[in-house]
Design a protein around this ligand. Structure first.
Ligand code: SF4
Length: 175
């Protein structure tokens, strides 16, 4: 059987990346649904959060995040649209390689995994704006882990379309 699962991901739009001013978020539309491959991608080591109910997966990259849903992907902290195209091409390769080797992987069926402050911090805007009353986003991350604060208390997360994926991932991560 051919290992090619996915032919292309079209870059459909870019948004400003609040986590790193001057950089962008690229949003892509895959040429077919990613629903069948996402549980295998969720078995990879760089997963920050996976929600099997919504088939929403957030992966760590250096720097930034990749969020995959059945019909949509987004990549944060991208330099410009050409870099976005390169990253989407690399993502297609990674998806196809994962699909090709899926029999060696165990598809993830459960929620991943106990939240760690640093993973939560990676999903926060990292502006240290103090609007939530904490001195830093990292302090807010610790408060979230210990359930002293709620995701909705970071107003920056709710203020921009580019932060929607992060807000959703945080809610999934924190349960
Ligand atoms: S409101 Fe708090 S958590 Fe949100 S960006 Fe500002 S300092 Fe960070």
């Amino acid at each position: 059987m051919s290992g090619t699962f996915l032919e292309s991901i079209a870059l459909v739009r870019t948004l400003p990346c609040l986590a790193e001013p001057g950089k962008i978020i690229v949003v892509g539309s895959p040429s077919r649904s990613l629903a069948d491959v996402i549980p295998y991608l969720a078995a990879l080591p760089n997963v920050i959060v996976y929600n099997p109910q919504t088939l929403s997966l957030t992966l760590r990259r250096q720097p930034g995040l990749i969020t995959l849903e059945s019909e949509r992907v987004s990549i944060t902290q991208v330099v410009d649209a050409p870099e976005g195209m390169e990253l989407l091409a690399a993502l297609i390769e990674a998806i196809n390689a994962t699909w090709e080797h899926r029999e060696e992987l165990v598809a993830a069926t459960g929620q991943r995994r106990a939240p760690r402050p640093l993973d939560i911090w990676r999903l926060l805007p990292q502006t240290n704006c103090r609007m939530c009353g904490e001195m830093t986003c990292l302090a807010f991350a610790f408060s979230l882990v210990h359930h002293r604060r709620g995701v909705g208390e970071c107003e920056v997360l709710g203020s921009s379309e580019g932060m929607v994926d992060r807000q959703r991932a945080l809610k999934a991560l924190l349960g």
